[in-house]
Design a protein. Structure first.
Length: 587
């Protein structure tokens, strides 16, 4: 159970364990001596306090505070010339993101010194903003919540003195998210929730903004019903939430919905660009063999528990057939020669993944078989049962125990108490899975924006050097009912790229005569390009902005299409009303 379900959640907080040994100690007994005579002296005059001069900032303080190098003001300015803004970042141009991943007391002190440093000239406004935000992050990390709220007020006030409406709105998303964290910690839960609601209302069609707000809610709200409501709201924009919803439905015995969620989980990704590779792409096809088996095995159990025995058997057989197909050996070469090493390695990895998938399906098969006869078993018989569920199928133990025969009121109470304890432990486990480390939360904060950096609403074309990195592309899916599309930009924030992609989707669906669409899978890609020469890589990679990829299912709500998926439908009219004016077509 740990191997698969833990992988369904984005970030899991980790902790450390300290250990040590204590040397032996000897005990010394002292004989008390008589007390000295008491001498009364007049009080000494007070020593005048000498103010301690603040420590000057060092180059290292800037890196410790916000992750960027020390500013490098131009030494000789022409009459009337102002310091160039780019020199605020010490030769490392800003990317409107947060570079720092380590936070705490030392960072707060470093930020105090840098903010008082004469090197931070008035022209370096955005760098001062970066240092202020970093100070708030360090204060939140050390749980100085009241101080952090004051710093966030200072951050917003300072930025409002010079920022454009677009810039101010984007930074307020991040500062309000951090403010919500501090409000939750200071027990102002209602204020925190209102603030998160307002964040979503400001950017309802940016899945990354929604994900940030939801992550903070899930971090502080452990109520199972509230969690399900949050995940259900997110599932329309982030289909990965269906997997967590499936897990909770299995734990709580909501098998009709468990079967529904499992059926709608897609392992298909939007189409990749030709010649491009995704991080982790090489391993994905092997991981998918086990992942598909886990979902289909869970769905088979859910169908059985919902009274659909025949459908359950069909689902389980289909899952085993799928694994068998995935591990078929490569066809012999026509010339009879040995297979290339890469083919042999691919086959070896497919077989290894298939073995894991078969083990998962065996676990679910045992759970299904046991549930069919659980009504004849007692608690003691179940404890002695050699074919009890193992691995991932342990998630349905509370359901299996609920089917047992109770020989008397005492055993009925014991069954209920056991189910309550299992679910309590499952809730604690879910809370642990959803706990974001502070660094992971910081990664979700929105990037800065300005009007000139909006995505270009045009077809990306076919010339790589001309337009391929800017604009959108719409393509047919392998399934004729699905549509692939992507939107990319060299300078826009992830939230802007997502919104522009949603508008492209809405416009395309409207052109098909449909009134809504369902996101089957989505992928936000941070692009880098590595340049090479005659087969040699230049190393590293040059940032090339962001790309949002979607695989969508156009539907007609008016015609009642896809009734089981309509709860995830996004209406074309709503998207266009929110975004059409913000992202007009390129002229």
């Amino acid at each position: 159970m740990k191997r698969f379900w833990a992988a369904l959640v984005g970030a899991v907080a980790t902790g450390g364990m300290a250990s040590g040994a204590q040397a032996g100690q000897s005990k010394v007994v002292e004989v008390p001596s008589p007390p000295p005579p008491v001498v009364v002296s007049p009080p000494a005059p007070p020593t005048p306090s000498v103010p301690v001069a603040p420590q000057p900032a060092t180059a290292a303080d800037y890196v410790v505070c916000d992750g960027y190098p020390v500013p490098n003001p131009k030494k000789k300015l022409k009459p009337g010339e102002k310091q160039p803004e780019h020199r605020a970042w010490g030769g490392l141009g800003p990317n409107y993101g947060i570079r720092l991943r380590s936070f705490g007391v030392q960072g707060s002190a470093a930020c105090e010194r840098t903010l008082a440093d004469p090197m931070l000239v008035p022209e370096f406004r955005n760098r001062r903003l970066s240092l202020l935000r970093a100070r708030a992050l360090h204060e939140l990390a050390e749980k100085s919540d009241a101080t952090a709220l004051a710093t966030l007020d200072e951050f917003d006030t300072f930025h409002a003195t010079y920022a454009t409406p677009e810039e101010l709105a984007a930074t307020r998303l991040g500062s309000d998210a951090l403010r919500a964290v501090a409000l939750y910690r200071t027990k102002k839960t209602a204020d925190a929730q209102k603030l998160l609601d307002s964040i979503v209302a400001r950017r309802p069609y940016s899945p990354s903004v929604r994900r940030l707000a939801s992550a903070i809610r899930l971090l502080f709200d452990s109520d199972r019903g509230n969690r399900v409501a949050q995940l259900r709201e997110q599932a329309s924009y982030n289909p990965a939430m269906l997997r967590l919803m499936l897990l909770i439905a299995l734990q709580t015995g909501d098998f009709e919905n468990a079967a529904l969620y499992a059926e709608q989980i897609s392992f298909d990704l939007p189409k990749n660009r030709g010649g491009w590779t995704l991080s982790g792409e090489a391993d994905r096809k092997y991981e998918e063999i086990e992942g598909r088996a886990a979902i289909r095995g869970a769905r088979a159990y859910a169908l059985l528990a919902a009274g659909k025995t025949e459908q359950s058997a069909i689902e389980l057989k289909g899952a085993r057939d799928e694994v068998a197909f995935a591990v078929e050996p490569p066809a012999p070469r026509p010339d009879g020669r040995k297979q290339p090493k890469r083919v042999e390695e691919d086959y070896r990895r497919r077989v290894a993944a298939g073995d894991k998938a078969t083990e998962v399906l065996d676990d679910w098969s045992r759970a299904i078989a046991l549930r069919l006869r659980a009504g004849k078993l007692t608690m003691k018989a179940l404890a002695d049962e050699p074919e009890r569920p193992r691995g991932e199928a342990m998630v349905v133990m509370s359901d299996l125990i609920g089917q047992l025969r109770a020989d008397g009121p005492a055993e009925a109470r014991a069954i209920d108490a056991t189910i309550d304890e299992i679910r309590r432990m499952q809730d604690l486990g879910m809370t642990k899975m959803l706990q974001l480390g502070f660094g992971d939360l910081v990664k979700l904060l929105p990037r800065g924006e300005h009007a000139a950096a909006k995505p270009k609403m045009r077809d990306e074309g076919s010339n790589f050097w001309r337009t391929d990195m800017e604009g959108y592309r719409v393509m047919k899916g392998d399934d004729p009912q699905l549509v692939n599309l992507r939107m990319g930009s060299l300078s826009a924030s992830p939230a802007m790229v997502e919104e522009a992609a949603m508008l492209v989707a809405a416009d395309h669906v409207r052109g098909l005569g449909k009134d809504a669409f369902i996101i089957e899978s989505a992928l936000l890609v941070e692009r880098t390009v590595t340049y090479g020469y005659y087969g040699y890589s230049a190393g590293g990679g040059s940032p090339q902005g962001f790309e949002y990829r979607l695989l969508i299912r156009p539907i007609s709500l008016a015609a009642g299409e896809e009734p089981s998926r309509q709860w995830r439908a996004i209406k074309v009219a709503d998207v266009r009303a929110a975004l059409a004016d913000k992202y007009p077509p390129a002229q």
